[in-house]
Structures are given as C-alpha cells and as structure tokens.
Ligand binder design. Structure first.
Ligand SMILES: [Fe+2]
Ligand SMILES: [Fe+2]
Length: 314
C-alpha cells in the first residue's frame, strides 16, 4: 500500500468520533502474530487469514454489523434517556421554585395570623388591667419572668415565645369579679375570698375553645395558676404534675412579683427579702407551694428576676 497501510486506515477510523464505531476486519497472512498485534493496537474488530473465504467473510461481517446495530441502539437509547432526565430536571427545578414561593406566602400569612392573635391578646390584657391593682408593667414583667424560666428549663424558642404571650392573660377572669371586692383595702371575708377565687374558672371560660396555641396555653394558665404543688391551692386543689407546667412557672413568677409589689395588706419587699420568703417561706408562702424543679431553676435565675423587676418598674 503506497500512501497509507491498512493499520493506519484502521487507526484513523478508530480515532475519529464519527467513524470509530465502524467495524474493521484485517486480513493477514497465516501465523503472522506480529501483524495481528499491530492490528489489535490499531483497534481492529476481527481478523481473516489469507486466502479469504467469501462465505466466512460474509458471516463475520454480518456478526460485526449486528454488534454495531446493538451498540447504535444503546447509544441512541442513552441519548434519549439523558435528554429526558434533563427535561425532568428542568421541570423539577421549576416545581421546587413554585413550592418555595408558596411556602413564603404561607409563612407570610401565618405570620399575619400570629400578629392578629398577639394584637387581640394585648387588648384582652388591657381589659383585665382596668379591674385590678395589676398594672401594665406587672403584666410585662410576668411575660419576661415566664419566658426566662421556660428557656432555663430547656424549652424551645417557640414554646418560650408562647408562654411569653400567653402568661399576661392569667388574671383575665377578674373582669367577672366586682371591683369593690378586688380593690378592698381590708382583709376579705370568706364569702368575698370565695368569689375572688372564681377568677380562675371565669378566665378558663373566657379563653375556652380557641385554635390558637397562645390562647390554649393562656387558658391552662388562667385555670390553674393558683394551684400549689402541695395540693393546697385553688380552684381544684390539684397536686404536683397534675398542674400544667406553664401554670407552675406562672405561679412562682406571680408570687415573686406580688411580693415585690405594694398590696393593700403589705408594703413592697426588696429582692433579698422576696428571695428569702420564696426559698425559705413565711406565714403565707412556703417553698412546698412550688414545683421543686422550678424552684431550683428560680434559685439559679433570681438575679435576672430582680433585673426584670428593676427594668420594668411602675
Ligand atoms: Fe390570679
Ligand atoms: Fe398577676
């Protein structure tokens, strides 16, 4: 072969992407092992020995073409598969984009609902301030004590936020108690005290049946915030863990704040005296009134309670 030998033709065919799949049969002399190796290196698919038998050539060529046909089919199939995958990926990306857009909308509208609840809660608590000696700053401090305590007890941010907004409604039931009893400077007689105690169940009724977790928590607090760990509280005399944990937190927060504040029957106490009464007891308050775990948490947090009181004084 003057210009280019058969091996070079084979090498070039196999080196070009558009022709590399064309099957090549090399014809060599019998026992010519060296030529066969060169042929294999050049990418030949099969060998025939001289003299070439026409039938054998036909059979081998047909077999190679069958193999090629299958390879072509596989190649096309893979290409089709790849383009389908690409198309699906585009669709999936689009769907994800739409999903995240609707998630944002959902988040925005649930934020709005939450804002609406918080606004209503603020208005409700203003109502209870009108009736009682409780002031706006008492209610603000209660929120801070309760969420501080919740965080100390390992609650999630979401649950700590819930008690923050729910706790101010604890005395909402006082709207149902006559003002002259609530504001009476002298000690209440037993009938009057029995009436005051009903502010818990009245609060429970006002807050009953809401779908908002803020109001549901507020209802539990309103109903049970005067229960005591030792069972000596009201309205039901619940004991220990039968009292919802939110109310057990509320109880110590309300107690701390009442001791710090002026009442018709007592002057305001300073932080040290209040801490001593809660942790050691006096004629009215006993450490046994409180959940021991929550009392323990209070001992670790009492300086922050003082800080909250001082920051949000009347
Ligand atoms: Fe109360
Ligand atoms: Fe209170």
């Amino acid at each position: 072969m003057p210009e280019m030998d058969g091996y070079e033709v084979c090498r070039r065919l196999k080196g070009d992407d558009t022709t590399k799949n064309i099957p090549v049969i090399i014809v060599t002399a019998l026992e010519d092992t060296a030529s066969r190796i060169i042929g294999l290196e050049a990418g030949a698919n099969d060998f025939l020995t001289k003299p070439v038998d026409g039938t054998e050539l036909m059979v081998r060529a047909k077999n190679l073409l069958k193999v090629k046909e299958f390879e072509d089919f596989l190649k096309q199939y893979n290409e089709k598969l790849e383009s389908e995958v690409q198309e699906r990926t585009v669709q999936l990306r689009q769907a994800l984009k739409e999903l995240s857009a609707s998630n944002i909308q959902l988040k925005e509208s649930s934020e709005k609902i939450k804002e609406g609840y918080i606004d209503s809660i603020r208005r409700l608590t203003i109502v209870s301030e009108f009736k009682d000696e409780d002031t706006a700053s008492h209610i603000k401090r209660i929120s801070y004590y309760c969420s501080l305590m919740a965080k100390k007890l390992g609650w999630t941010d979401e649950d700590s936020e819930t008690i923050f907004y729910a706790s101010p409604m604890h005395d909402i039931g006082k709207v149902g108690i006559p003002s002259d009893i609530l504001l009476k400077p002298a000690t209440l007689n037993p009938e009057e005290f029995a009436l005051v105690k009903t502010h818990t169940s009245i609060g429970g009724k006002i807050l009953n049946g809401s779908v908002s977790k803020f109001v549901q928590t507020a209802k539990r607090i309103a109903l049970t915030h005067h229960e005591r760990w030792d069972g000596g509280g009201y309205p039901k005399g619940l004991k220990g863990e039968d009292i919802p944990v939110e109310a057990r937190i509320m109880n110590i927060a309300d107690q701390y704040d009442a001791l710090r504040s002026r009442r018709p029957y007592k002057p305001p106490f300073d932080h040290e005296k209040t801490f001593k009464i809660i942790t050691e007891g006096d004629v009215r308050t006993m450490p046994g009134h409180f959940d021991p775990q929550i009392l323990q948490a209070f001992k670790g947090l009492h300086k922050q309670f003082e800080e909250i009181y001082e920051t949000h004084k009347d």
